[in-house]
Design a protein around this ligand. Structure first.
Ligand code: THU
Length: 160
């Protein structure tokens, strides 16, 4: 028997203003997308912006439904659109921002487990890491160099 230790290294920026300009402009797109979210039930809006290696930017936001489980998170709305429109493009990075209508979100909001699994699929498919930047409405921004850092022991096609 032995223990194994799983470690991830993340980078934390003090604020949006500390981001390199190309990342800040991708995050701006995520913020614009967040403002267009359809979230009448949770009042929690999420925006995602994806940069592809063909320089296209794809955005998405959460889309809720009166039948709650039929709604979809911002990350999957965006990544499935990217996958459907640009099946041969690689995803370079994703910028994510989340905010509640009830109170200002100042902590970085990471993607949910289901979205991590969905993003991981594309990382495996394209055989290169996807950078993830995530924040609340304001405050610190967290960067992960790859989705795998956020989903240790992930399930992928190699097990099938
Ligand atoms: N949501 C996202 O869009 N992404 C996440 O990673 C977490 C949650 C959405 C789903 C739902 O519309 C609202 O946020 C509250 O859970």
């Amino acid at each position: 028997m032995k223990d194994i230790k799983i470690e991830s290294t993340l980078t934390v920026y003090d604020s949006f203003n500390e981001l390199p300009s190309d990342i800040a402009s991708l995050m701006e797109k995520a913020i614009e997308a967040r403002k267009k979210a359809y979230a009448p039930y949770s009042n929690f809006s999420v925006g995602a912006a994806i940069l592809l290696d063909n320089n296209q930017i794809v955005t998405g936001n959460n889309q809720e439904n009166a039948c709650y489980p039929s709604g979809l998170c911002a990350e999957r709305t965006a990544i499935y659109y990217a996958g459907s429109q640009y099946p041969d493009a690689k995803i370079v990075r994703m910028a994510l921002t989340a905010g509640s209508r009830n109170n200002q979100t100042i902590t970085p909001i990471p993607p949910c487990g289901a979205c991590r699994q969905a993003i991981a699929e594309y990382e495996v498919k394209q055989e290169s890491p996807i950078e993830i930047y995530f924040m609340g409405e304001t405050g610190k921004v967290v960067k992960s160099n790859s989705l795998a850092n956020l989903l240790p022991l992930g399930f992928d096609r190699s097990f099938l």
